[in-house]
Design a protein around this ligand. Sequence first.
Ligand SMILES: NC(=O)C1=CN([C@@H]2O[C@H](COP(=O)(O)OP(=O)(O)OC[C@H]3O[C@@H](n4cnc5c(N)ncnc54)[C@H](O)[C@@H]3O)[C@@H](O)[C@H]2O)C=CC1
Ligand SMILES: Nc1nc(O)c(N)c(N[C@@H]2O[C@H](COP(=O)(O)O)[C@@H](O)[C@H]2O)n1
Length: 640
Amino acid sequence: MAFVPQTPLQKEVHYEGNESRVDDQSEDDSDVNHDGVKRTGSTDTKHDKVHEQEDNYTIEANTDYSLFSNPPNLANIRQQLFDLKAEMEMSDTDFEQYFPFVDNVWRKSRAGETQKDHDGITEIYCCRLKPSGQAKTPTSKPHVEGKQQRRKRKREEKTCSMAMKVTFIESPSKRVRITRAVGPDEKHTHDLDYMDANKRNSAIMDVARREAHRAFLPGSIFWKMQEEPEKMEEAGGKFMKVSDVRNVQYPWRQQNMTVELKAHAGYSQGRSGPRIRRLSGSAPATPQNGESTLHIPVGAPPPAPQQPSEPPVPSLPPGTLNYPELAKDFLRPYLPYIPKIATQQRPHITLTWATSLDSRIALLPGIQTAISGPETKAMTHFLRSQHDAILIGVKTAISDDPGLNCRLAGAGGYGGPQHAMQPRPIIIDPRARLHIHPNMRLLRMAAEGKARGPWVVVGPGHKLHPQAVQTLKLHGGEFLQINEIHPEYGLDWEALFSIFHREGIKSIMIEGGGKVLSELLKHRYAHCIDSIVITIAPTFMGKNGVEVAPDTHYEGNQPIQTRLTDVKWQPMGQSDMVLCAHLEQTRHQGLLPGIQEFSRQQAPPPPANGQYSTNGMAQGPPPSQPHPHTYGPPGPPRPP
Ligand SMILES: NC(=O)C1=CN([C@@H]2O[C@H](COP(=O)(O)OP(=O)(O)OC[C@H]3O[C@@H](n4cnc5c(N)ncnc54)[C@H](O)[C@@H]3O)[C@@H](O)[C@H]2O)C=CC1
Ligand SMILES: Nc1nc(O)c(N)c(N[C@@H]2O[C@H](COP(=O)(O)O)[C@@H](O)[C@H]2O)n1
């Protein structure tokens, strides 16, 4: 196979669960999807190396057209074809037009189940979540005793027995009648979004395919589609990803490796999309309050009394948090900032954790230790709401069984629309050690609509259990297999960040654990780290605790400190202190231009008396002056 040569930003990423198939592999007896791309539960995929040349591309001047030609009333008809609440009848051309928009829900049953009677030809379609054992309708042949059944891949946990009958009526008017093939009480066990999240329908893939065959870059096609979000959504493309477009282009690309891909007018690689837009504060305003620093109320406010004519306000789930508007100000200079992200080819990275005074984040390895008070915990959730992804190491995932969602009032699942303010959980699991099961809190949260499905990043050469792949897929997550994890030297974080950036993740909040944070605090990653937010609690955990400390860095034989700059200390809650900062090196070396400008631009005006009088939160000491971070002669400049 010939590949477009890799630039440092064009690393490999394998998508184990990406196509998000929910169909029963045994039924259609094939692993080949619409696009001829093989997906398996193992690490081997035909589509193992797909790169797009995005560094140099030409821009097509005239791309002022719509990619969509959705048939009328599409959202409604999709929903009706999903629910089957009432019998439907339409012309055969309409059926041909609408069915591709729901073929991610329905799969035609075996040919043997086609019946011909006086009405015409009737075909049975089953919900794709129908378990393979039940896939046969009552008319199918009974299992022959003693005959070895074909080995079937164990499928997702969620199952559904809905089925529909499609009758092509034999008449000159060529009508198609659609009715349920199950009793009136039978319903899908899931909603339409669930299917859309797990498998794209062929009509939406065709939209992308048409543009892909015109030699547009996958990223550009993706954003061009996003220009018309309503049409995307009504067509079932709400969950479309750049990688779907890349997949759909793959067979064509194989035949056209030398064709230079182009972009639509207005496309740029750093272009921000809908997910990043929430960074600018799509969170519903939380009520301000005048309480003192010591008692920031973090529980969600009770719903306002209702007027008799108003629809009922849905109650918020227990544990919903509130983080007051005023307590956001001191954090703003450290939050992801779209114009700055647009100038860099990597996401904004925030390191954030809660620590003891002896730099321990847990009492013992594998033990989850509550360090933050309720106020700083709510702050963590506010930070989560401001990032596209939260990243942790696998040991944290194993020991803490975390939710990794945003539980602020107004987030998806907490009174807000689906996935609003919900970051993507990412778990670094080089050796594929994490046991994926539907009872994990991460997956339960996703199933309850309170989190996005997690991405699990694994290294090369690991066989993934097909059931793990399926379970993850069905919860909207996936395995990403990357080559940038070296068995000896570990993970190439910079490459990983580039991969995420290309996947549309523009900001990542890295929460731990000790190994991940200590790695990223190493001198060589300083230029990748944008902000640091640490909650410090007045406690010592002792030497056996999980430590956060980078390796000592030497320049020549001179040990060097890693100092923080633009430091703000913010007391919060009963006894916590929040430290916000940038890494000094990143500023000194000028690798992140704009930080200073941004800080000045975004920071709230300092209160005259150095304190926030309204909520009593003391403003910390003024930002530290640039500090000499070495006591010896300056070392050689760090290579860029
Ligand atoms: N107080 C706080 O804010 C937090 C505390 N924690 C605590 O931290 C503890 C877990 O921390 P650790 O044991 O240090 O594990 P960890 O969560 O940092 O995971 C370490 C694992 O991640 C992978 N990994 C991380 N960096 C890698 C690299 N550069 N190259 C290759 N693989 C890499 C490896 O599989 C490694 O074994 C738990 O007790 C947890 O409760 C975790 C997060 C936040
Ligand atoms: N902010 C903070 N304070 C503490 O005291 C902590 N122990 C942690 N731990 C991190 O939070 C994760 C738990 O997340 P959920 O509440 O389950 O969503 C845990 O995995 C650590 O990353 N953080």
